[in-house]
Each structure stands twice: as structure tokens, then as C-alpha cells.
Design a protein around this ligand. Structure first.
Ligand code: ZN
Length: 272
């Protein structure tokens, strides 16, 4: 009998772009010994987070970039460099596929061209493959069905995805508030990964709406309206991490009857 491969969500970062007390929002899905990395934060801090989470880069063969903002894509430049270095030293098996929309792919390649040595660059298109996806495109990631979709951003083109994990639907909305066009994906999700820039109670301090972000209260209301089972909040401000979990959960639960996670960096959530 083969051992059951449990599936986990490993939060590598949970902060917004300017957070300094936690890493920028990015995470990995683990199935058995393989990992799917979603965004990589804003720099080589991704290596520290991967190390702390005991995720070997050699075990990452599939990645996804939601959009080209600094706090999501720059860590990917470091991932490309590292994977290329591992390929060169014979320590990386097979190829790495980076799923992203056209503009994010172009941005990644451009930044890599400007900042990486030719010996690393030459592996892009050889064994580091940029897989362009369009709204509604489907793929198999970690041998599970995934559908990528446009989240309807008004700031910069951004994609989220839905992954089907043993009959459960995990939906990631990237780092922007819900847009009506994605309702079909969000509705009835077993897990909804959703940004909450700050508490509604602190909106005068952090001004989430000016920045096209929303609050824990908004996220809870949305999750309740769209029959989400479990809500996970991330991409937050970092003024009081010690209180964040309790305060954000409390606020989201004012309108939401399901389960709420407000993970800290490196927290692991069992999905299946
Ligand atoms: Zn962001």
C-alpha cells in the first residue's frame, strides 16, 4: 500500500508589501515531497523562509506568480537564480514550470535579464519554463487540477487560481479585494485565501480603500455571503503581529460563521 500523501498549505509570508516584521505574502502547497510555490515575496528573504519551513528548492518544480508587483515577483528572480545554479551543479532534476499571465512573465524575464548572469539566464526556456496562462486556463499542478483566473484588478493585471484538492476547492484571490467577476470561483470554496490589509477598526490609520485593499470585516462578510467554509486572511499590515491572529479573527467572525485562519509566517495548515 502506498503511503497517503497529505496536503498542506505552508505560509511563507503573510505581510503586505511594506511589512518588515514578517515576510511578504507568499506560500507553498505541499503534496508528499513536492511543493507548489505561489509568489516569492520581494527578495532573497524567500530563501530564509524556505529554509525555516524546511522546503528544499530541489523539491519545487511548479510555481505561480499572481502579478508583477515588487512584493510578489522579485523573490521569483532569486528563485530563478537558485534553480539555475542547482541545474548547473547537477542537483536539480527535470524542469521548473512558472505559471503566470503574459505581462508577469515578461516582467520576470526582463528583470532576470537585467540582473542575472548569462550562465543563469540561459536556462530560461530550457529547463526553467515560463508557462503563460490566460483567464480560465486549466493545468495539473502537483497532479491536481488547477484553474487560473483574472481577479479583475483595477491596479495591475493579476491572476488568482483555484486548486481542487481531493474534492475540496481552494481559491486564492491574490492580494486584492474580491471582484464580482470571480464569484463563480469563490462561491462555495472550502478554503478562500483572501487579503485583509487591516482591521476595519484601524481603517482611518491604514486607509485600505485608498490602496485598493480591504479589511478583515469585509473579508468575513464576503465569505459569509458566498458560502465559503474556511477563510484565510493574509497580506496584512504588521503593526501588532502578537495580536493580529486574535484581532483579525474576531473581526472576520462578526459576519462569518465558518472557520477563520489568520496565519503567522511559517504556519502550516493541513488541507487534506
Ligand atoms: Zn502585494
Amino acid at each position: 500500500m502506498t503511503e497517503k500523501e497529505n496536503i498542506e498549505l505552508i505560509m511563507l509570508g503573510t505581510g503586505n508589501a511594506m511589512a518588515v516584521k514578517c515576510y511578504n505574502t507568499c506560500f507553498a502547497v505541499r503534496k508528499g515531497k513536492e511543493y507548489f510555490l505561489v509568489d516569492a515575496g520581494g527578495g532573497n528573504g524567500i530563501f530564509r523562509q524556505l529554509k525555516e519551513a524546511r522546503i528544499p528548492v530541489e523539491a519545487i518544480h511548479e510555481m505561480f506568480i499572481t502579478h508583477a508587483h515588487t512584493d510578489h515577483i522579485l523573490g521569483m528572480v532569486w528563485m530563478v537564480r537558485k534553480i539555475a545554479a542547482l541545474i548547473i551543479s547537477g542537483k536539480y532534476q527535470g524542469s521548473c514550470t512558472i505559471y503566470c499571465h503574459k505581462e508577469a512573465g515578461e516582467a520576470l524575464v526582463s528583470i532576470c535579464r537585467l540582473t542575472l548572469a548569462e550562465k543563469f539566464l540561459k536556462w530560461i526556456g530550457e529547463r526553467i519554463l515560463i508557462q503563460e496562462v490566460e483567464d480560465g486556463d486549466k493545468a495539473e499542478v502537483l497532479s491536481m487540477p488547477v484553474c487560473f483566473f483574472d481577479i479583475g484588478s483595477t491596479k495591475m493585471k493579476q491572476f488568482g487560481f483555484q486548486m481542487e484538492i481531493e474534492g475540496k476547492k481552494l481559491t486564492c484571490l491574490g492580494d486584492e479585494p474580491f471582484h464580482g467577476k470571480t464569484e463563480a470561483y469563490v462561491k462555495g470554496s472550502d478554503y478562500l485565501l483572501c487579503e485583509a490589509f487591516c482591521l476595519d477598526a484601524d481603517k482611518e490609520i491604514f486607509k485600505p480603500y485608498e490602496k485598493h485593499h480591504s479589511t478583515a470585516l469585509d473579508a468575513g462578510r464576503l465569505a459569509q455571503e458566498l458560502s465559503v467554509k474556511t477563510l484565510l486572511l493574509y497580506h496584512t499590515e504588521d503593526s501588532d503581529l502578537a495580536e493580529r491572529k486574535a484581532a483579525y479573527s474576531r473581526e472576520a467572525k462578526q459576519n462569518f460563521e465558518g472557520k477563520v485562519y489568520v496565519p503567522d509566517d511559517l504556519e502550516v495548515i493541513e488541507i487534506a
